[in-house]
Ligand binder design. Structure first.
Ligand SMILES: Cc1cc2nc3c(=O)[nH]c(=O)nc-3n(C[C@H](O)[C@H](O)[C@H](O)COP(=O)(O)O)c2cc1C
Length: 389
């Protein structure tokens, strides 16, 4: 998750910036729209605030110097010139001057304005300073002219933003492979009923997104996610414990960091019916049998160069003790302990608070959004990986 300042300036393409906000929010980013008065002639600032799920009337100045990336889409010839020359006459241009970090710009203008020597010189100045320019693309303009000047599509701008965020943390996990399991498995009783659990997959999805952001090649083995998978990761569907075992074990040996965040069923119904059991008045006794212990199998097959991270959902201090024993028994490097006795964290909530149990002791990660907790867990895993290579 990144904090993104999104400038919107006064071109017809301002309406397309709505879709860009939606894509960035969906990818888990914190978007702060900075809308120029010129852009407000096309789309009201409130539209962007609502799409970014930000409180109305928020003081954006608080965020200006704390952003991971600045994007401007659409970028008018006017604001492009102002950025090139360092003017500071709007919230957006002030923010641009104060910003330290990647800049992604999506110019949009009449083809003759884009081709003008002044605009081309300004664009060259910004490129030379490290700004990434996406587009403009060729096609029909709003005035019915043909040529290069159309704003790039929102999906292409979102992709350029993701790429710029990945490049921001060079070396962190670039060239590394990360496997994450997420969600909760469902074990069929018959053709329509199952035994499941309350895991939403949020924690695993946050881990996959963070590993991707750090440049890793990420595979997400997904068991019935209640939240969308992040962009840029390979998603492998694994609805049952058997599917998850098969898909994870097929990939784990070739992976640098394995994060087993999924809630995998410990038991599954014996002899699930392939049809639907009709409703009647008789009681129905379902016998459960143990499933394969995927984490223990990974522990048996692991190499010393790998970092294996297990998760333990348990109750209170005795649960923490059991997590410590589990780490040694299953040959994991780290166990992330979640106290499920608390209703405000853990299963199906946006926040978490965990203890990362390692050979060198425990690291308490304070309560916060799962995205922040994911970053802290990956910091620990990354540190171990560095020590081994
Ligand atoms: C209908 C209309 C469409 C416009 N479209 C664009 C455009 O696509 N690109 C551009 O550079 N300027 C465009 N302009 C001109 C800008 O709105 C104008 O230069 C304004 O000062 C930009 O202010 P800002 O960059 O602070 O948003 C358009 C103006 C009007 C009236």
């Amino acid at each position: 998750m990144a904090r993104i300042l999104l400038g919107v300036t006064g071109g017809i393409a301002a309406y397309k910036a709505c879709e860009l906000v939606r894509l960035l929010v969906k990818a888990g980013h914190d978007v702060i729209p900075l809308v120029t008065p010129g852009a407000e002639r096309f789309v009201r600032a409130e539209t962007f605030t609502a799409l970014a799920r930000r409180p109305a009337g928020e003081d954006v100045y608080l965020h200006l110097t704390r952003a991971d990336l600045l994007a401007v889409a659409p970028l008018t010839a006017n604001t492009l010139a102002r950025l090139a020359h360092g003017l500071a006459d709007s919230v957006l241009t002030e923010a641009a001057l104060a910003h330290r970090g990647p800049v992604v710009l999506a110019p949009a203008m009449n083809p003759r304005m884009w081709a003008s020597p002044a605009t081309q010189a300004n664009a060259a100045t910004l490129r030379a300073r490290g700004a990434v320019l996406v587009g403009p693309a060729e096609g029909d303009t709003a005035e019915g002219e043909q040529g290069v000047g159309r704003m790039a599509e929102p999906a292409a701008i979102a992709e350029a933003i993701e790429a710029a965020l990945r490049d921001r943390a060079p070396g962190a996990l670039r060239g590394r492979t990360v496997l994450v399991t997420a969600g909760g498995t469902r074990e069929p009783i018959d053709a329509v009923r199952y035994v499941g659990n309350r895991s939403s997959g949020r924690m695993g999805v946050a881990l996959a997104a963070e590993a991707r952001r750090r440049g890793a090649t990420v595979t997400l083995v997904a068991a019935n996610l209640a939240v969308p998978a992040p962009a840029g990761v390979t998603v492998v569907a694994a609805p049952t414990a058997a599917d998850l075992a098969r898909e994870t074990l097929a990939r784990a040996a070739a992976t640098d960091i394995v994060l087993m965040a999924a809630a995998v069923a410990d038991y599954r119904p014996v002899g699930a019916r392939t049809d639907k059991r009709p409703k009647d008045v008789a009681s129905w006794v379902v016998e459960l049998e143990p499933t394969q212990d995927v984490l223990a199998t990974i522990g048996e097959q692991r190499t010393d160069a790998q970092v294996i991270v297990g998760f333990a959902a348990d109750h209170g201090d005795p649960g923490l003790e059991r997590a410590r024993a589990k780490r040694e028994r299953k040959r994991c490097d780290l166990i992330v302990f979640n106290d499920v006795a608390r209703a405000d964290i853990g299963f199906d909530t946006p926040d978490n608070e965990v203890t990362v149990v390692g050979a060198a002791g425990d690291v308490a990660i304070p309560k916060g959004p799962k995205e922040r907790v994911a970053a802290a867990i990956l910091d620990e895993a990354e540190r171990l990986l560095r020590e081994r290579s």
